[in-house]
Design a protein around this ligand. Structure first.
Ligand code: 13P
Ligand code: ZN
Length: 275
């Protein structure tokens, strides 16, 4: 009988599958992008026998008191999404948050050294906000360098209303997939506390935050929904890039069309996107 390892646990399999799928989409050149997943208490119990490390706690670079005692699976800084499926133990880690919510330590993974993603402050601040506003439902934060969305940040005004409305117009099901819209952060230095604060502020209202000239963050309850959200946003952005390249819209989905869609699909669309 094959020996059971931590790699056979469903959440680890889901984490690996997402990194591989996202790499194959072309969203993760080199070490671009990062992923984090908040374990359930049952998953922590299942994974604990395989934990191999209990080193010192290090500062997160952000304060996330409501994440005290939580465990996250995260990609490593400088590690490539395409390598996670080959050697998860060297390209990802499971971390534990201390009782203050200000420090973390690695309990499994990154066996050849390294540290969690440089975007850990953004990931954990987003998790903190989402845990609160979704009553614990959201568990996944994905940061991807989605090509067409990045291209649009050089052309469209960097406003929530503009990005939301343009992306909604490019695919009929977008308002159903992300009815709250998308938020936009102007260019900021990545990897730090300030961009984490700005992004988590948007996560109070949206499941998608665009980082101008860099990429996007998506939040969701599970791997499929979060991957699917990033996929939908990027597909819509790709259509818009094509439409703009062909000389722009000649006709589109109208405000009244959106109102009819919202009624039939039982979604509430904020009025500020329906002007
Ligand atoms: P990491 O390799 O540290 O995860 O950084 C990649 C990235 O996309 C930074 O925004
Ligand atoms: Zn990035």
């Amino acid at each position: 009988m094959e020996e059971k390892t931590i790699l056979s646990l469903p959440f680890v399999q889901g984490f690996i599958r997402l990194t591989d799928d996202a790499f194959r989409q072309g969203w993760h050149e080199r070490n671009g992008g990062n992923l984090s997943y908040r374990l359930t208490p049952e998953e922590v119990s299942q994974a604990k026998p395989y934990f191999t490390q209990d080193g010192d706690f290090c500062p997160i670079g952000a304060s996330t008191p409501n994440l005290a005692g939580e465990y996250f699976m995260v990609t490593g800084s400088g590690k490539y999404f395409r390598n996670v499926i080959l050697e998860p133990q060297n390209n990802a880690a499971i971390i534990e948050i201390d009782q203050t919510g200000e420090n973390y330590r690695i309990v499994w993974g990154l066996e050849q050294g390294g540290r969690p993603t440089s975007e850990l402050p953004s990931h954990l601040m987003n998790h903190s906000v989402k845990k609160e506003v979704t009553n614990g439902a959201h568990r996944v934060i994905l940061h991807s360098h989605i090509t067409n969305l990045i291209a649009l940040t050089f052309v469209l005004p960097l406003e929530d209303e503009v990005f939301t409305r343009e992306l909604w117009e490019m695919a009929t099901e977008c308002p159903v997939v992300f009815p709250d819209g998308v938020g936009v952060v102007g260019w900021m230095v990545p990897g730090g506390h300030d961009i984490a604060v700005a992004t988590s502020e948007l996560m109070k209202k949206y499941d998608v935050a665009v980082w101008a000239h860099h990429g996007a963050f998506c939040s969701g309850p599970d791997f499929d929904t979060t991957f699917g959200l990033m996929h939908t946003v990027e597909k819509s952005a790709e259509i818009l890039v094509k439409v703009l390249s062909m000389g722009g819209k000649r006709q589109t989905i109208t405000t009244q069309n959106f109102r009819d869609l919202a009624k039939d699909f039982h979604v509430t669309l904020p009025e500020r996107f329906l002007k």
